[in-house]
Write a protein that binds this ligand. Sequence first.
Ligand code: PLP
Length: 457
Amino acid sequence: MAARNYNIPELRRLDVEHHLPAQANYAELQRIGGSRIITRAEGSTIYDGEGNAILDGMAGLWCVNVGYGREELVRAAAEQMQELPFYNTFFKTATPPTVMLAAKLAEKLGGKLQHVFFNASGSEANDTVMRLVRYYWSLKGEPKRTVFISRRNAYHGSTMAGASLGGMAHMHPIGGLPIPGIEHVAQPYKFNEGFNEDEEAFGARVAQEIEDRIIKVGPENVAAFIGEVVQGAGGVIIPPKGYWKRVEAICEKYGILLVVDEVITGFGRLGEWFGFQHFGVTPDLVPMAKGLSSGYLPISAVGVSSDIVKVLRDGNGEFAHGYTYSGHPVAAAVALKNIEIIEREGLVERVKNDAGPYFAEALKRLEGDPLVGEVRSLGLIGAVEIVAKKGTNERFTGKEGKAGPIVRDTCIKNGLMVRGIRDSVVMCPPLIITHAEIDRMIDIIGRSLREAEPALR
Ligand code: PLP
């Protein structure tokens, strides 16, 4: 669909005058004269107001799994809006798409994860997790179990609870976070924090920190461990072999709930419906969002185990929690259609057997670049580490943490949207990205590294 004829300079002016975009430095935005205005998109390509076509190596914000321009999703939304645009799930009511989506998600989650609580965003899903877990323990007669163990550099959202559960140090001073009852331990970031260590030994060491912290806090005070299967916003950190199994065993040993945040990794990203299925662990709670509706409408969910729900039912109390948009019927109808598309087009299998391996092979072409310290990927999510000295993990002196954004800006100029996270460039394209587009993505990164090198040195 062609974009409407927008007055882009005027929109950028209004953006500076009136709009406060998310996660932004407002002085910088004012200096550069406002945000880049994205006007339309198709497949894996976005178009900005200046008419530039940009290959979207980030699937929007890690979410447009089925790609842009899906008429079926538009129709699903329109039909649901006509029939019933809104009804809530408070006060013993529900709507058909909401209930059907819960059942569909239970089928995809499998095992004991047979119940679903809806929210509108990933952050809200993690707020739900915190309240639900603490409520569960109080009903079980262990009200002291309130502490969540999370990891440094984790991302679990931007609400008070989400950003507190997250371990992004720069987010914590804003709003006086973290809220009490959250303990942060080491992340499984081998390239940065275990460069010369054996992979399994490193995984064992960082998992051991979780057990050490449980013992320090007192197991009787610990409610849950939460972790992203693969850290996304932290820089696409793929945990070492054996890590997740060890974490699961530690949680079992101390009777602690395991929460696996699948907000990015759900819905095919790693070549399985959910990332925990790839790592062979069984969580008790699974927050998910983004790929649930491929970002077409805001919706999130928390998969909850039957064991937890049994305690809630036995307790016979009210879970006094929920949002106006919990189980929004239009968002649920779009999510159902989105899942149908993923199934019909075999996108999960495509990531596992075709696009994922092709992406991993293509990434290897960057390994020879003098600035590349490591490439890594799992399914269709990946990262390139930028280093000052080949063969090491040394960063550019005086520019530590800045190489990613510098190379990202060059990539965007060259027609590719990626994220620059500290000293890495990360990718998370739509699951429909073609082989030719993967090649183009890698070529642009290679070219942009060369072009950006003088600005890094
Ligand atoms: N959890 C993870 C792993 C995420 O990556 C994000 C967002 O990027 C969130 C939670 C928060 O989701 P939202 O931005 O929809 O609130």
